[in-house]
Design a protein. Structure first.
Length: 303
């Protein structure tokens, strides 16, 4: 199992064990559901990991309050994240403390005018750079605004998401199309979790459009991991967007495996028009039932 530094911080799945032994599993890409055993709950998370094509993080909470920080692979292997051994749950916050209020005003950021009440003026500067073809300056300013808005307002605040969407556009226009896809994907998923389906679909469409215009097969396949993950959550009307994304990925895989010696690095000018397909991925082979009672035993063996 790879170290936790190789496993992204998102998503994190929750596995809550009840007194009767049943386990409640919840998190992105899976419905919240109860399971009779730990192995069954872990299997659901492993299935989600397989759909993402990588290991994921999970938090398992025992009835007595002990918490395990885990990593679950697509094959169902469970390991303890470094520093993630059993610990008691954090105590609840004391009542009566005055909440800290964060200002929505823009703080001092290099390149951002002082006294700006919202991000509208600064985003207008980004637009001016883009209109003038100064894509590098636009990307740098948008990145600073994105970082600052997320810190001041919270990364999923509506205004912060609008700033990040401009950052995504500027990033793509500056030449980092993969980065633009990833930023749009993040915006789409956060709108989705906020329950705003219209905004989520709009950002998802931007991410998918950028992806389908990519002409380098290797880069397109790399960015496709994010797009497929996004479309699993935001599948579009009747699942049509997800089906189209899966179709495009299959076409990219065939292009990569073409017989030419340089197939892995080839460029493609005109990908075929997406069409809806009904073929589902082949089922994965059964795997041993995992458990997390003593994960440290498995993760710290020599060799």
């Amino acid at each position: 199992m790879r170290e936790s530094t190789d496993v992204p911080a998102w998503p994190v799945y929750d596995l809550t064990v009840h007194d009767d032994g049943r386990v409640l599993a919840s998190g992105p890409l899976i419905p919240t559901s109860g399971h009779a055993t730990r192995a069954a709950a872990t299997e659901v998370v492993a299935d989600a990991a397989a759909r993402l094509g990588r290991a994921v993080r999970a938090t398992a909470t025992e009835p007595g309050g002990a918490v395990w920080r885990l990593i679950i692979s697509p094959e169902g292997e469970v390991s303890e994240a470094p520093g993630g051994g059993a610990r008691t749950a954090a105590p609840k916050k004391r009542k009566g403390r005055r909440p800290v209020r964060r200002s929505a005003k823009a703080a001092a950021v290099p390149g951002v005018p002082k006294g700006t009440e919202t991000y509208a003026e600064s985003l207008a500067q980004v637009r001016d750079h883009l209109d003038a073809g100064r894509t590098d300056q636009a990307g740098e300013l948008a990145a600073r605004l994105d970082t600052q808005a997320a810190g001041v307002l919270g990364v999923s605040h509506p205004e912060a998401l609008r700033v990040r969407e401009v950052h995504a556009e500027a990033t793509a226009l500056a030449g980092d199309v993969v980065g633009g896809v990833q930023l749009y994907r993040d915006v789409a998923e956060r709108w989705h979790y906020r329950g705003d389906a219209e905004q989520a679909e709009a950002a998802a469409s931007h991410a998918e459009m950028l992806w389908m215009r990519m002409t380098h097969v290797g880069q397109a396949l790399s960015a496709g991991v994010d797009v497929i993950r996004m479309r699993n959550q935001i599948p579009g009307r009747a699942g049509e967007a997800l089906a189209a994304a899966l179709e495009h990925r299959e076409w990219l895989l065939k292009a990569q495996d073409a017989s030419e010696p340089g197939a892995r690095e080839q460029s493609v000018a005109e990908p075929p028009a997406p069409r809806v397909v009904a073929d589902a991925p082949a089922p994965r082979a059964p795997r041993p039932a995992p458990t997390w009672e003593r994960p440290a035993v498995d993760t710290r063996k020599a060799g």
